[in-house]
Design a protein around this ligand. Sequence first.
Ligand code: PEP
Ligand code: MN
Length: 360
Amino acid sequence: MENSKQMRKWLDDMNLSHPLVIAGPCSAETEEQVLKIAHELKDTDVNYFRSGIWKPRTRPGNFEGVGAIGLKWLQKVKEETGLKTATEVANKAHVDLALEHDIDLLWIGARSTVSPFIVQEIADALKGTDKIVLVKNPVNPDLSLWLGAVERLYSADIKNLGVIHRGFSTYEKTKYRNIPEWQLAIELQTKFPDLPIINDPSHITGNRDMIFDVSQTALDLNFDGLIIETHYDPDNAWSDAAQQVTPKTLIQIMKDLRIRKETDEEAEYNNNLSNLRAQIDILDNQLVDLLGKRMKVSDGIGALKKQKNVAVLQSNRWNAILGNMILEGEQRGLSEEFVLKMFKAIHQESINHQEKIINS
Ligand code: PEP
Ligand code: MN
């Protein structure tokens, strides 16, 4: 993927004054439903009309999509509203049918990205196409799996590429349907700054009340666009009812979102920014210096424990440190979550140091 600028040409060529917007129902249910939603999204900021035709459901027995007939409805959407169309493909047969019906944008779903066989089959079927292909992150938080899928498509000479961040599944119960793990998306942006990245707040939140906040975070993090599930009667949708918004709500969300610029040329802003960044650089250096000193002390403790043949882990002491630091952190505006994460990392490094000494 040496020439990644090529990958975002499709997006740059659109010359948008706002983030790319893909909207439409989770699933195509009936021809009337598809067309009604599309007409309500016509003449808005929406660039692509999405609709699932084949639905990958985790458990059998749920609505699994209307199948190929839905592609005809998407063609009608394009004829009647001028909106470009988008759907998910999960095997060669889907790809062939989607291309036959001139769907403009195809995405690979989270359950497909986990399978290199499926991704390769789709890549081979799409070989050389100039359609836009977006790769959703795999269900599990694995950056290489995500990138591997993009690489397979790129190697199949598919140049108009991008990714969709739809969050990751976790055993823990959280307020999200799929936790965002923003750091993973940031790492991907850092590695491939030109690869367009679209946020999917619908599948991250699973809850329409949280769509705005997650969308705003995505824009604050420089995402290129949003894919938002939209239905005129969300509560009675045949799939993902809780997370869909009405076209009216979507239009309001797009109005309320603050679109950030990548940078600003104004001198005063740049001076102030450089000033603050210089302070951050000094503090970061001090942090690393302090951590180094802390590990040296830890080495000393390791040497003492070695002499007396005492275990490295002392749970009581560790719990006391954590409790104190959470309180200290609170007084300085640091969240408990952050303090816990940071001290767990520091503690692990400390254990590694002591292990080395005790076993030397
Ligand atoms: C979808 O977009 O409707 C979908 C099935 O998403 P995901 O692959 O992210 O679960
Ligand atoms: Mn869905």
